[in-house]
Design a protein around this ligand. Structure first.
Ligand code: DC
Length: 220
């Protein structure tokens, strides 16, 4: 099996760029952030504080999370319900960042991720894929962009969905999530030593996809 690990901060365009690159390569695209979001959604629905490690850990055995790949891409299921759309809210983003700092949550989701890479050629995106989940991935990319550019893109995305947009608030949330994701004790967001940096601040979508595919070609 061939694995491509893509890590990087929130809003760097990872998911859209990775999705397009996976399609071009004929690989299965695995968005691991969706798994943390699903756990977070469960906690919010149960009125469990996402940063309360003990309460979250206690609730984990009741959850089943499943990934399915359909014609339109990855779907994530929570206890038999397709929650692919429900996990895409700013509230779930913040809660996902909180639950992802809890070691028991990371352990809970680990084998689901490695299992995908055992069965398929994958392009997997997340925060710790090259460092923890798939340390033997053939290609590792750290995909990033400046916080301002990421906030601008996130606002554009929300605007297109017809949702209310506040640039300053979005930028604050992005910085807060970076801070949380980079400074947590377990599996913090950081480039794997053997990863290639891909900064998309000055690249448009097609440029970023092309550059990613070039890196994969150079490495395979
Ligand atoms: O990529 P995303 O925004 O959907 O991720 C949501 C949160 O999940 C993010 O704040 C960090 C966390 N996450 C993680 O810790 N490890 C991963 N492999 C993927 C996401």
């Amino acid at each position: 099996m061939f694995a491509i690990a893509i890590d990087g901060p929130a809003g760097a365009g990872k998911s859209s760029v990775a999705k397009a690159a996976a399609k071009a390569l004929g690989f299965i695209y695995v968005d691991t952030g969706a798994l943390y979001r699903t756990v977070a959604l469960y906690m919010l629905r149960q009125n469990i504080e996402p940063s309360d490690a003990q309460a979250v850990e206690h609730a984990l055995p009741a959850i089943s999370v499943d990934l399915r790949h359909e014609a339109d891409g990855q779907h994530v299921w929570l206890c038999g319900e397709d929650v692919t759309d429900a996990i895409r809210t700013p509230q779930v983003s913040m809660a996902a960042s909180a639950v992802s700092a809890i070691p028991a949550v990371r352990k809970f989701l680990f084998s689901l991720q490695t299992g995908m890479a055992e069965r398929y050629n994958v392009l997997m995106d997340g925060r710790d894929i090259g460092t923890v989940v798939l340390p033997n991935a053939q290609v590792k990319i750290f995909l990033t962009a400046s916080a301002e550019e990421r906030a601008r893109r996130r606002c554009l995305e929300l605007e297109q969905k017809g949702e209310p947009v506040d640039y300053d608030q979005t930028l604050r949330e992005i910085r807060q999530r970076d801070e949380q994701d980079m400074n947590r004790e377990t599996a913090p967001l950081k480039p794997a030593p053997d990863s290639i940096l891909l900064d998309t601040s000055d690249l448009d979508f097609d440029g970023a996809v092309q550059r990613l595919l070039e890196i994969v070609r150079e490495r395979s």
